[in-house]
Design a protein around this ligand. Structure first.
Ligand SMILES: Cc1cc2nc3c(=O)[nH]c(=O)nc-3n(C[C@H](O)[C@H](O)[C@H](O)COP(=O)(O)O)c2cc1C
Length: 206
């Protein structure tokens, strides 16, 4: 497993070099960037170029996000709702907070805490569970409030059975200047080794 992980990191380094060359001229950052949150600031000092951002309610997406971070030597940022979701909010039912939020195109649930400064990253994985066929609206809040211009964004989702469908495509207009990759659905029982192979296939196809 160690050898596979090393290969994944080598492939990622190669992709990073390519991404750096392509995105250097198109990178367009905000004048007033927020102060970096401490863990991402530390990681940037270490020279990390990949970050795995995720929202997870029951932990499935979080587990896979952590595997991806491990494989890519990345930092992580968990999107946490300011108003935490309860069991009642998320029942698979039409009369719930989650359903109402998902049905409202303008809904943008508030994120708790500070958003990360993404200026030091070239590749941003964005993970989410499928909620009523789409990414949870709090992921929309995130994407609309960070600077992703020129960055490679790799969406991934988990679900009970729904495919990624148009859930990832529907995120693209929220950060139109990012270099969006095809969204993928990952099985919730994937192991660290499975994730390693997926990442190798991802970069090998570039
Ligand atoms: C509010 C809500 C809506 C959901 N909608 C869907 C859905 O439309 N299709 C599906 O296959 N799974 C659906 N699920 C199941 C989750 O996508 C699945 O369990 C996912 O792996 C959870 O990820 P998490 O543990 O990171 O929150 C839904 C779960 C919740 C809580």
């Amino acid at each position: 497993m160690k050898k596979t992980r090393l290969n994944a990191r080598m492939l990622i380094s190669a992709l990073l070099m390519a991404v750096l060359l392509i995105s250097a001229s198109s990178c367009n950052r905000k004048d007033t960037e927020p102060e970096p949150v401490p863990d991402t600031a530390d990681a940037q000092e270490k020279g990390s170029k990949v970050i795995v951002v995720y929202f997870s309610y029951t932990g499935n997406t979080k587990t896979l996000a952590q595997y991806i971070a491990e494989e890519t030597d990345a930092d992580t940022y968990e999107i946490i709702a300011k108003d935490p979701y309860t069991e009642d909010d998320t029942r698979y039912d039409e009369d719930t907070r989650a359903y109402k939020e998902q049905s409202d195109p303008d809904c943008r649930p508030e994120i708790d805490g500070q958003l990360p400064d993404l200026s030091g990253y070239e590749i941003v994985f964005v993970g989410y569970p499928i909620w009523h066929g789409q990414a949870p609206k709090i992921v929309y809040t995130f994407l609309e409030n960070v600077e992703l211009a020129g960055k490679t964004v790799i969406p991934f989702c988990t679900s009970a059975e729904s495919p990624v469908g148009n859930s990832a495509k529907n995120l693209e207009p929220l950060a139109p200047e990012a270099n969006w990759q095809e969204g993928v659905r990952l099985e919730i029982d994937m192991t660290q080794d499975d994730i390693s192979k997926w990442i190798i296939s991802l970069y090998a196809s570039k």
